[in-house]
Write a protein that binds this ligand. Structure first.
Ligand code: PEP
Length: 255
């Protein structure tokens, strides 16, 4: 299978938004849409805040909608007040976890070495790690995008990664939550670069999914989801609205 034909993954990062009631409403809405289109050629994932992971997982039992966490600790248990481990997310019914999101890198000073340890912990707990990388606007302006992506990837992807447990999300920091997106040509350049590195490092590098993230919505998904080497989307704001999230899924699936 060529890498550009990998089954797309549309992942919703709810960030620090939601409640029990909103989790119920959004998950039930997406479940209903999926049930009405069982042949949809895309995987759907929602990543609610940690307190709602178990609730979302219980609601999705028996459906194709997957659930994940937004972060995990590098250790599976211990004296780490306020943290959540990959083992706990798995125990709560999660299948994926996002690590290295730029908001965690910025708000919590997380570096690539820690991100790699978190991804490794995710793998040990049987989760699929979604490793995020992306350049800031200043890095882009000085023409350093590909260098930044190379070094973040090199530092953040653990050696035990394989296509079954690793997804990369390319998220330009300046495009997250801003309504701005790179051109499809720029996305193609970065994704081709990431694919080249994954192929050089891993036997199954051609099968590892590479998501684009940053202000994806229903109206721009058509142009972004069909860029070569884009295998789905990591969606923030638009994942809180079932209609928008579904429109992105349909665009990615070519439905
Ligand atoms: C994100 O937080 O991963 C993201 C891509 O956010 P948004 O879609 O809101 O830009």
């Amino acid at each position: 299978m060529s890498a550009s034909r990998l089954r797309p993954l549309i992942a919703g990062n709810w960030k620090m938004n939601g409640s029990r009631a909103q989790t119920e409403a959004l998950v039930q809405d997406l479940k209903g849409r999926l049930a009405s289109q069982p042949g949809l050629a895309a995987d759907l994932l929602v990543c609610p805040p940690a307190p709602y992971v178990a609730q979302a997982a219980a609601l999705t039992a028996g459906s194709a909608l997957a659930v994940g966490g937004q972060d995990c600790h590098a250790k599976q248990s211990g004296a780490h007040t306020g943290d959540v481990s990959a083992a706990m997310l798995a125990d709560a019914g999660g299948r994926y976890v996002i690590v290295g999101h730029s908001e965690r890198r910025a708000d919590h000073g997380e570096g690539s070495e820690l991100v790699a340890a978190k991804a490794k912990a995710a793998h040990e707990a049987g989760l699929i790690a979604i490793v995020c990388v992306g350049e800031t606007e200043a890095e882009r302006d000085r023409g350093a995008t590909l260098d930044v992506i190379s070094s973040q990837l090199e530092g953040s992807v653990p050696a035990d990664a394989e296509a079954a447990n690793l997804v990369i999300a390319y998220e330009p920091v300046w495009a997250i939550g801003t309504g701005r997106t790179p051109t499809p040509e720029d996305v193609a350049t970065v994704h081709a670069h990431i694919r080249g590195l994954l192929k050089a490092w891993f036997k199954d590098g051609p099968e590892m999914r590479i998501l684009y993230g940053g202000s994806v919505k229903g109206s721009n998904a058509g142009s972004l989801m069909h860029v070569p080497e884009v295998n789905g989307a990591l969606v923030g704001g638009a994942s809180l609205k079932a209609e928008e999230f579904w429109a992105i899924a349909l665009a990615a699936a070519g439905a």
